[in-house]
Design a protein around this ligand. Sequence first.
Ligand code: 9MR
Length: 849
Amino acid sequence: MIRPPAWLALSLSTALAATALALAPSPAAAEPAEGPEQIVNGTFDTGTAPWWSTANTALEHDDGRLCADVPGGTANPWDVIIGQNDIALAKDETYAFSFSGTASPGRVAKALIQLPVDPWTQFLAVNPELSVSGNDYSYTFTSPVDLPNAQVVFQVGGSETPWRFCVDDVSLKGGAEPEVYVPDTGPRVRVNMVGYLPGGPKKATLVTEKTEPVAWRLERDGETVAEGETTPRGVDASSGQNVHSIDFGSVEAAGTGYTLTADGETSRPFDIADDLYGGLKTDALKFYYTQRSGIEIRDDLRPGYGRPAGHLGAAPNQGDTEVPCQQGVCDYTLDVRGGWYDAGDHGKYVVNGGISVHQVMSVFERAKADGTHRDGDLDIPESGNGVPDVLDEARWEQEFLLRMQVPEGRPHAGMVHHKIHDAAWTGLPLLPHLDPQKRELHPVSTAATLNLAATAAQAARLFAPYDAEFAARNLQAARRAWAAAKADPARYADPADGVGGGAYNDNDVTDEFYWAAAELYITTGEKEFRDFVLASPHHTADIWRERGFDWGNTAQLGRLQLAAVPNGLPDRARVRASVLEGADKYLAVQEAHPYGLPYNPPDFDWGSNNLILNNMVVMAVAHDISGEAKYRRGVLEGMDYILGRNALNQSYVTGYGEVAAKNQHSRWYARQLDPSLPNPPKGTLSGGPNSAIQDPVAQAKLRGCKPQFCYIDDIESWSTNELTINWNAPLAWIASFLADPLPAGDVKVTYTNHGQWPEGFNTQVTITNTGKKAIEGWTLRWSFLGGQRVRRHWNAELSQDGAAVTAKNERHNRVIKPGASVTFGFIGAEAPGPNPKPERFVFNGTLAR
Ligand code: 9MR
């Protein structure tokens, strides 16, 4: 801001002397302040965090200042507060406190430095007279106490009429240097502590002051297996470290207990092994059962994690079987039981539930032909019901999303409530069934409505072979949601509606429209949705932002689905090519990054690990489309970062890697606070480094952190170390991708739909041996889009499981000589929706010796 001339500052300080409270030490004229700065982000250069406010106002970041519209009609100054917590004060130290502020119209406010709890003892209390044009204010005081967590607050309540308050350059100088927290980062050689695949890339990072190449050595059982020289990479902006990279990709021998030594430091041990991701695939998906609301978690299925059902209408719970709206929002109640708790809180949010259940369903959808997700593989209550467990798990959430839709005959019928959660934030620890807070439905939003449209359209085709009634119910809900969103396309969630639960606000839902239209088009093939997709700006724009996609950026979901799931879009080839372009972009970022990160913004976002994994999803889809090895290698290298090749030298997944996150923010896996409770289950991803460090623990320990260091494995660090349903989803997606066998090469498959009539279709499949050896016995697997069934078949044994079909040779066509082909065929029964040619074929052949 522009500073007023010196004479003004002087007369101002005289005026202020009169208004300062008697107990406050005397204000001083602007004098050079000494000592370290105790306020975090008092200049509001990039935002308002970690400042907070009472619920009746919202913090705005306005022209590099913090501003707030103060409501009228409050009685006391403390009825409206803006403040910052966890300011350390040292006894007998003298501090300089200063800020600049405006009020329009002019008002007298209160600025306090005080105890953060009853009796709110004030160490400094002043009454600045704020004007429209604005002034600078400065004071000094001597702290009478040692206190690690004093508060700086502006009390701006007590006005009959509303006004606007703005503040800038808040500074408290003096006292001790803020505590410097130094994380234990172990050896300076950073590796994927879980391991490397024999045929995959193998890279490591060395932290060193050296600028010339140094020697490295790969060892196992005391023997040197490989040697080489590091590549100096200079100072890495994401960590502030001078680093070298190490490439030992030439080593392919499987084994345990490898170590890498360079510059006198030896890495933590790791494996080179084939099946590194099978366990993670299962654990990352098992995570969802223990996040379930509205059902008892069985201890026999999750030893150590059993707990009573949460929010099923039993006291002290006040939900979720008959939930009213927030005051004035609606006059009905809804039964919105079930679903997954969003994260470490007990809230259930449709926008975030939407991307989560979509990605969990996509784990299944991408590998439908592979048969790698089965009934019984996740140990859930539904195991054994004939439906793959991953779909049963997804259904638990999808049923909840359906319940959030406004019933016919009510205002906004067809729209979907944005969220349901506690009326006020609860503390930690608190098991779900012990939550006594009132639960409330929040207003409907277009974003939530489109999340339901998208996921219900996807569920309609995935559940068709298992439960036609559920599939039809989803399709109908998706159509209703789509129509309602079209009719009310800009009903946004209120950014200030963040008490007791997250706001999940988003003022641009054109991307949600695109994603929903894409899912509806894939499922129905209908012109309305095709035309919408083709006309959407998101269909052709470069949507591959470096910061990745998430619940608020969903155009990428639409594009990936249109590329990966068979459909009849006229520009499908371009859509598929665009995914490769996106993946190439992430590969380039990764290559330039000495820690192999496909994400390198100057500041890391909330949930950065999720964004990194989603960039890897783009690479993985590119691999599925093109078969090009570079994309799969990029995904593997990205996992290295998640599992230990990072500045903190730790894995971000519970139970994976020698040093791994384990205290993720959660109200019920709160072992750090109550030893009788468990840590989060194995396979739980932590949100990871977040430059904005919004929570008090991170602020106390990490201020000034370089991006990769903006993380702490503390349960109270909700802005860097939470667990969420949307973050575990890409982890499960990527782990499944890496665990699945690669579709076999050396054959060409031609799949032709020869005839299609109202009830059926006629298909012929030809397998050509493009390899050099004879095939002696084979199976070929593919899957239908929806509920299609094989009826009669010839020249191969055909069996069907859900949408997946397996063709097995007959005796007479067991052998396929090099260059030769076999052809078989079948008559299928039609199902609602399109019947596109499958694109993923899994061939298994026995090769002649
Ligand atoms: O993941 C969300 C992040 O993108 C937002 O910036 C942040 C603030 O609105 O909220 C995060 O989501 C939290 C949600 O609001 C409440 N449940 C826990 C979520 C993860 O921290």
